[in-house]
Design a protein around this ligand. Structure first.
Ligand SMILES: Cc1ncc(COP(=O)(O)O)c(C=O)c1O
Length: 351
C-alpha cells in the first residue's frame, strides 16, 4: 500500500492502559468529578433529534463565548476538542517546506499534527525549570516559520508563561506569523502573573487563543473546544476543519455548563482540584521530588532514566499515569484517595 512515508512512520495514537477496577486513572488529565445532572439532562434532551445534523457552526455557543471575550461571534470557532482546532490552524498556515516552532517537551499531539500537515517541527528545549524559553522560541523563527505554539500551562510540565514574558515575546514575532496560545488548562491557574488570553483578544492580528471544555468543565468525552482570534485566521481554519464535527450534544453540554449556577459549581470543583494539586506537589517536593510549579490539573515528575521503574511502581499501586520514556511521568490530579496513594507510593522513590 502506498502511504505517505512520513505518515506511515508516525506512531498511531494510543491511549494509556485502562486502570484496574479499584484503581486510579490519572493518565489523561481528565476531571475526576462526575458530570453535573443539569449537563446530563441537557445532553439527554438532544437525543430526540439525532436524525438531524447539528448546527454546523454552533452559533449559540459561539455567541455565548464571544460575549465573555468581548469579541464577535465570527471571532470564535468551535471544534471537536481543541486538538481538532490545533490541527485546523496548523493545516491552514503550514505545509511542506514550512516550519512550526514550539517548546519541547510540550503537548504530545503537536509533533504528529505538524507531520500530518506536511510541515517540519522545530522543537525548542524548555528551560531547566521546565518552563518555555520564549527568547529561544523567538530566536528559532526563520523565513520558513508559519506557526508558533505557546502552551500555558504547559502539558506535561505544568509551568506557565507570565503575561510579561508573553508580551515581550509577541513584540519579537513578525505580525504576519500565526501564534497559537494553547490554554487548555487555564482555568486551573491562580497565579496573577500568568498570561491570560482573555485580556489579549483584539490586541494582535496574528494571535489565536485555544481553550477547551474537556478539562475544567469535565466534558472530555463529548469533544468540544474553541478558539478566539482574528476573523481572517479563523476563516482559514473554517476551511480546513472537518465539517459538522461538533455535535448537538456537545454544544448543549457546553451551553449548560456556562449557565451561572452550573458554572459556579464547576469552578468550585476546579478550585478543589487546584488545592489538591498544590498539596500533592508540596508533599512530593518535601519528599525530595523536584516537581516544577504545577498550574494545570496534573504534576510532572522528572524521573529521567527511572521513568519506567517509577511508572511500574505506580501501576502496582493501582495508578495509571502517563510516562514519557527517559524524561518523566505526568500524573493527573484525581480524588483525595488518589492523592494519598500517590504520596505513599512516590515519597519512598524520591531521587
Ligand atoms: C495542552 C493541550 N492542548 C489541547 C488539548 C486537547 O484537548 P481537547 O481536544 O480535549 O479539547 C490537550 C488535551 O490533553 C492538551 O493537554
Amino acid at each position: 500500500m502506498r502511504l505517505r512515508p512520513e505518515i506511515a512512520a508516525l506512531p498511531p495514537y494510543r491511549q494509556g492502559r485502562p486502570a484496574p477496577a479499584d484503581g486510579h486513572k490519572l493518565s489523561s488529565n481528565e476531571n475526576p468529578f462526575e458530570p453535573l445532572p443539569s449537563v446530563v439532562d441537557a445532553v439527554a434532551a438532544t437525543a430526540a433529534t439525532i436524525n438531524r445534523y447539528p448546527d454546523a457552526t454552533a452559533l449559540s455557543l459561539r455567541e455565548k463565548l464571544a460575549e465573555r471575550f468581548g469579541a464577535s461571534a465570527d471571532e470564535v470557532i468551535v471544534g471537536g476538542g481543541s486538538v481538532a482546532l490545533l490541527a485546523a490552524f496548523i493545516q491552514a498556515a503550514a505545509g511542506p517546506g514550512d516550519e512550526v516552532v514550539y517548546s519541547w517537551r510540550s503537548f504530545e499531539a503537536y509533533p504528529g499534527l505538524v507531520t500530518v500537515s506536511g510541515a517540519t517541527s522545530v522543537q525548542v528545549p524548555n528551560r531547566d525549570d521546565h518552563g518555555h524559553d520564549l527568547d529561544a522560541l523567538a530566536d528559532a523563527i526563520t523565513d520558513r516559520t508559519r506557526v508558533v505554539i505557546v502552551c500555558s500551562p504547559n502539558n506535561p510540565t505544568g509551568t506557565i508563561v507570565t503575561a510579561a514574558e508573553f508580551e515581550a515575546f509577541m513584540a519579537r514575532v513578525p505580525a504576519d506569523l500565526l501564534v497559537l496560545l494553547d490554554e487548555a488548562y487555564v482555568e486551573f491557574v491562580f497565579d496573577e502573573t500568568s498570561v491570560d488570553g482573555r485580556g489579549l483578544v483584539g490586541r494582535y492580528p496574528n494571535l489565536v487563543i485555544l481553550r477547551t471544555f474537556s478539562k475544567a468543565y469535565g466534558l472530555a468525552g463529548l469533544r468540544v473546544g474553541y478558539a478566539v482570534g482574528p476573523v481572517p485566521i479563523l476563516d482559514a481554519a473554517r476551511a480546513t476543519i472537518i465539517p459538522l464535527s461538533v455535535t448537538a450534544a456537545s454544544t448543549a453540554a457546553a451551553l449548560a455548563s456556562l449557565e451561572p449556577d452550573a458554572e459556579e459549581e464547576l469552578l468550585e470543583r476546579v478550585s478543589a482540584i487546584a488545592d489538591r494539586r498544590d498539596r500533592l506537589r508540596a508533599a512530593l517536593v518535601e519528599a525530595g521530588w523536584p516537581v516544577p510549579e504545577a498550574h494545570g490539573n496534573f504534576v510532572w515528575l522528572p524521573a529521567g532514566d527511572r521513568t519506567d521503574a517509577v511508572a511500574e511502581a505506580l501501576w502496582n499501586a493501582g495508578v495509571v499515569a502517563r510516562p514519557f520514556a527517559g524524561a518523566g511521568i505526568r500524573v493527573s490530579v484525581g480524588d483525595e484517595a488518589a492523592n494519598d496513594v500517590l504520596i505513599a507510593t512516590l515519597a519512598p522513590l524520591a531521587p
